[in-house]
Design a binder for this molecule. Sequence first.
Ligand code: SF4
Length: 543
Amino acid sequence: LMDGYRIEGPGDVLQALVRIQHFLGWVPPQLRKALSERTRVTETKIRGIIDFYHLLDAEPTAPWVVHLSTNITDMMLGQQTNIDRFNKYAKKNPGKIQVNETSCTGLCEQGPALLINGFAMGRINAQRVDDILALISTDTPLDQWPANWFEISSNIRKPGPLLRHHVVAGEALAKVKTASPEDFILKLDHAGLKGRGGAGFSTAFKWQACRKAIGDHKVVACNADEGEPGTFKDRVLLDRHIENVLEGMTICGEVIGAKSGYIYLRKEYIYMYGHINNAIKKRREAGLLTEDFDIGIHMGAGAYVCGEESSMLDSMEGKRGIPRIKPPFPVDQGFLGRPTVVNNVETFCNVALLADKGLDNFRSVGCSHTPGSKLHSISGDCKHPGIYEFPLCTSIAEMMKACGGKEAAMVQVGGAAGRLITENRFDTAIDFRRLYSAGSMMVFNSDRQPKDLLHNFSHFFVHESCGFCTPCRGGCQMLAAYSDQVMNGTLQKQDEKTLLDTCKLMMTTSHCGLGKTAGQSIGQIFHHHLKAQKAENQEMAHE
Ligand code: SF4
């Protein structure tokens, strides 16, 4: 984490804070002061930055800090028992351990999961909690804990062309260099490559706009902040295909004429920092990264909203990740006001695949309007949770068959901010036309109720709303309060309409995608809840 690291100016504040937090467990006032003097950012602003990010602390923490994921799939696997166990110990041993809840650790297929002093651990059960607490009781340093507890499996269940593709460093780049940048943008266009971060925006259009933008320092930014509950496919690509990610980024740099590239890595994936850094160093040694175009790593610090590209850019600039007003779009004014292409990890892997294997190969998978494949992170009520690569336009029914989700009654596609698809609509395909997805598929059988999702997701949004605009800040609070009433059966008839009106208001007036999609998702799930409730009432009346 300290390899080649320097504090040079205001832009380094967040990265410095991440490192201080990592090594000390919090950010003491004297270091905030020193950082302020060094970067010329006021102490008040630095305090504001610390308070914005969930994984930074301005007050001393206990020597042991645990963050337990409360994502719905972890809760379905019995996480509440683990939380209760940790809390019981914390109560008996004041000052020894701090127990926090977090929304997603990126380990949904190997949950229940947690972070212990920032390091991820999956498959937590009562026995593991007891073993952890025994080591905490004796203050055994983390590096003396059994290494296998920290092993993160890839769980690739169904590989396709993308997961089978391992680029030889520089080969795909060399093929791009044989033609003009415009030729490769044309190829991207003919390949119909749509952004795999969930929005499905044309990659060719984005690259062309940035290439044409005015500015002599252009930037490539790789969004590796996958924080959408139920998503963990970028984790596997960064771990197993980092060379493909770097190759795709370098190709982008070549085509748009960029001077620098950054990977914005979510803090929960800090255990991969060394691995990614080594891959970058190897590329430098091979002369594939030079002074003309180099790549660095920016760490996030636990803020879901930073998955939104403009918040991510603010976070990369060392600030709180507040979504920007658009236009200007990042392709014109992105990182430090420079024209910037922001693409997802999986998109850059697709770029490397296309450059290496050619257009016909790329288009041979998927459907004519949306070629290529898509990675899906499948978790929840299925026999074989993990990573699945399907051709685009594959139906949910086929996916359920492959993952052993025979009993599936509902699937939440695209995370908490996505869409709930019920069994009668499982013929719907992920095609970036009718249905978009970054790749999260959370499966629920008929024992689960839409109100369980309503409750979990609405509280998730309260936690993650950045608080910048009123419709989202207040709306999320209202929706969570209503969802509590739904759970305990006290929601009044007249409040059903208010709940739906709140969702509509959020969809139309929120400043960024988080508030808009939160309103849309919660409103849709609430409709499903009302339908389920009606069916239940009719059944009871019939009986
Ligand atoms: Fe922040 Fe929510 Fe407003 Fe987006 S919609 S700016 S997350 S408060």
